[in-house]
Design a protein around this ligand. Structure first.
Ligand SMILES: Cc1cc2nc3c(=O)[nH]c(=O)nc-3n(C[C@H](O)[C@H](O)[C@H](O)COP(=O)(O)OP(=O)(O)OC[C@H]3O[C@@H](n4cnc5c(N)ncnc54)[C@H](O)[C@@H]3O)c2cc1C
Length: 482
């Protein structure tokens, strides 16, 4: 019997797991996918929002501002790269300047101190490549950028190191509340019929959190999906920080932003969709974000466009995060749309405090507080590169040439739990460069086959039937088939 089962291993589930594993708790994390960061956490803008967008008094505003301030420590402890580069919201007309004033007042009411409206000369010093015609901008120095999937991986690794047990490909299908001998607990069933017992459940199931809540008897909210599409470009970035336009009813609008890895992107769009699994990228979506981004920057280098993707926001019916205990011992961390990435550590702390108080769990005498990321050979100083190669010759074998990722890094990612090509990608950046894996994929498959002791044809991109190899075209079976 587990004390607690968390459903969903996105940034929210794993942040809560990190907090709870500092206590003497038997904890399970149940995830329907084969890895972490495969839903909203793996496909978002990666902005640590300052906190001027959310209506004052909402949970969104509270956790945004609190969470933002927690990232310096978290990123240091978990060795996750981030950059507090600030953000700008541009105004091109007097009407938009009026909207900036509203945002500024809201930011101040939400607790932001350094938020201000700046004039042209300062704006163009900060961002020389944006279009002419900007009249003013809202400047928030506490905003930043982070790699969301690396954060998610780091949170899983540290919570695992502190005792959390992760069950992947465990799609929760049913929850039964059991009352026996004055004990009350939950039986949680997977779609394959596996069963986990836990005294308490925390629902962090993203767009499916309404379904999970209703399995436990909580029908108080629903979640709809809003798709956001992106275009990502190769380095260098023409902007130094996220550059927003004034927000609309559908969200914060299309932005131009660098990533912590030096690329940049435009997006996201905002389209309400019925199918919660539809992460397709559409011609209409591409046209929308291109047209909108042109307002910020005219000559975007589309010859350096390297990928397109989309993510699904979990929009709660009540227009605010759904956080806290609903039915007895069943907790929701649901409807965590933007700024949920920023709010994650504060949401986790809040939920954890409530559970600790209720159950009286005791803090462990010792637990692991630091985690190191996989050594990035490319950014290591030359002296360290030589040492690394002396220790492990596989550091001299560059597999992904665009991102300069070595065999040793890929092997380390596999040791840390990557079982798919996307798992390697999220942990090392292999295949994320300009060629998007066209050259290095066969080499990566060879390494995975050897390290995981599986046949290359059984390797998938992201689990399920996403096989990379469709069949033989040459080689030993070529003559027989032709
Ligand atoms: C386009 C877009 C842009 C965004 N930009 C930002 C931003 O710049 N800054 C910011 O702060 N926030 C941003 N967000 C919001 C942020 O991404 C989310 O708030 C955050 O990722 C939510 O994390 P989560 O763990 O709740 O959800 P998810 O990452 O979706 O994780 C939920 C997990 O639950 C699992 N699950 C679902 N059903 C089941 C089941 N039945 N059994 C087991 N597991 C299940 C899923 O597989 C998934 O892994 C953005 C979101 C989107 C989509």
């Amino acid at each position: 019997m587990y004390d607690i089962a968390i459903i969903g291993a996105g940034v929210i589930g794993c942040s809560i797991a990190k907090e709870l594993t500092e206590y003497d708790i038997k904890l399970a994390v149940l995830e329907r996918n084969i890895d972490v960061a495969m839903a909203a956490t793996g496909a978002n803008s990666g902005i640590l929002h300052a906190g001027h967008d959310c209506e004052t008094g909402t949970l969104m505003a509270r956790f945004n501002v609190e969470g933002n301030l927690m990232f310096d420590k978290i990123c240091q402890d978990l060795d996750v790269p981030y950059n507090r580069c600030g953000s700008l919201v541009l105004a091109f007309s007097q009407e938009e300047i009026n909207k900036l004033e509203i945002l500024k007042t809201r930011g101040v009411n939400n607790g932001l101190k350094d938020i201000k409206i700046i004039k042209k000369d300062k704006i163009y010093k900060l961002e020389p490549n944006i279009n002419q015609g900007v009249m003013a901008a809202l400047w928030t120095p506490t905003a930043g950028i982070i790699n969301p999937y690396e954060l998610n991986v780091a949170l899983m690794e540290i919570s695992k190191a502190n005792g959390a047990e992760y069950y992947f490909e465990f799609c929760v299908d049913d929850i039964k509340t059991i009352h026996s001998d004055k004990k009350r607990y939950f039986e949680i069933y997977s779609s394959k019929g596996d069963k986990i017992k836990a005294r308490s459940v925390i629902n962090c199931a993203g767009v499916y959190a309404d379904k999970i809540a209703s399995l436990a008897g909580d029908n108080s909210f629903s979640i709809s999906a809003r798709r956001g599409e992106y275009i990502i470009f190769d380095r260098p970035s023409p902007v130094n920080r996220p550059v927003f336009q004034v927000p609309t009813k559908m969200g914060k609008g299309v932005l131009v932003s660098p990533t912590v890895d030096g690329n940049f992107f435009i997006g996201p769009s905002a389209q309400d969709i019925q199918d919660k699994s539809d992460k397709s990228v559409t011609l209409e979506g591409m046209r929308t974000i291109k047209a909108a981004a042109t307002k910020t920057m005219k000559d975007l280098p589309y010859n350096r466009q390297i990928s397109i993707f989309s993510g699904l926001r979990a929009i709660p019916s009540a227009q605010d995060f759904v956080i806290g205990e609903s039915v007895n011992n069943f907790y929701n961390a649901a409807g965590i749309c933007s700024p949920g990435l920023t709010g994650a550590p504060a949401i986790a702390r809040y939920i954890c405090q409530h559970i600790i108080q209720k159950f009286g769990f005791i803090k462990k005498k010792s637990f692991i507080t630091k985690r190191k990321r996989i050594i990035n050979f490319k950014s290591a100083p030359n002296s360290q590169k030589i040492e690394l190669i002396k220790k492990d010759i596989r550091y001299s074998n560059v597999v992904c040439r665009c991102e300069v990722i070595t065999e040793a890094e890929i092997v380390e990612a596999i040791k840390r739990g990557a079982t798919t090509v996307d798992g390697i990608k999220r942990r090392t950046r292999a295949t994320m460069g300009r060629c998007q894996g066209s050259f290095c994929m066969p080499k990566i498959l060879e390494i995975m086959s050897k390290e995981l002791n599986i046949e290359m044809k059984d390797i998938t991109k992201f689990g399920g039937d996403s096989y990379i190899i469709a069949g033989d075209i040459r080689g030993e079976n070529y003559d027989k088939k032709s």
